[in-house]
Ligand binder design. Structure first.
Ligand SMILES: [Zn+2]
Length: 185
């Protein structure tokens, strides 16, 4: 997950809390929830993933950027639109144990936390259709708006601003990387 910071230690959790200014005067602008389990199109069998992943856009009055948060292997999901009266809190369940059993952001509980800062988006909806994950294969940009899967070599058209995209041929979740030497042979 290029450009994202993973929170693994208490110091990193404190740094994250500083980046989001303790969620003071903050809103959850946008949320995307994805289940990593699914029913196969071909034979209707169930592919078990490792649970829900949640992607959030956090906007706060006291920063000149916004923060994108990815919480993986989420066990509890509860979003409250009225968070100005109930500021989000980030904490570790089972303090003193690293890696933590659970990371809590407000009433969200999960096992892995990633974040990055990004320019303010105001009222715009900005999250792409695929949720970021560290479990991807590379897709290489072969020309403007086109990328190629490093797994099956198929190419497809995708907007440039979306880093994560699912290959329409093999179904792999891909992360866009810059080309080294043109298309994959
Ligand atoms: Zn593919």
């Amino acid at each position: 997950m290029k450009g994202y910071t993973e929170v693994r230690t208490q110091d990193e959790l404190d740094a994250f809390d500083h980046v989001v200014d303790g969620f003071f005067d903050a809103v959850v602008k946008e949320a995307h929830v994805l289940n990593r389990s699914h029913v196969h199109r071909e034979d209707s069998s169930i592919a078990m993933g490792d649970g829900f992943d949640v992607q959030l856009i956090i906007q706060t009055q006291n920063r000149d950027f916004e923060v994108e948060v990815v919480l993986r292997r989420v066990t509890t999901i509860h979003l409250d639109s009225d968070i100005l009266d109930k500021p989000l809190m980030c904490s570790v369940i089972e303090s003193g144990v690293w890696p933590p059993r659970e990371i809590r952001i407000g009433a969200l509980r999960g096992a892995e936390l990633f974040y990055r800062t990004r320019p303010k988006s105001g009222s715009c909806a900005t999250l792409g259709s695929e949720l970021p994950s560290p479990q991807t294969i590379a897709a290489v940009r072969i020309q403007q708006g086109w990328r190629q899967c490093s797994g099956c070599r198929d190419a497809w058209e995708e907007p440039e601003h979306l880093s994560f995209s699912r290959c329409p041929s093999c179904g792999a979740l891909t992360e866009l990387v810059e080309p080294d030497a043109g298309p994959i042979a």
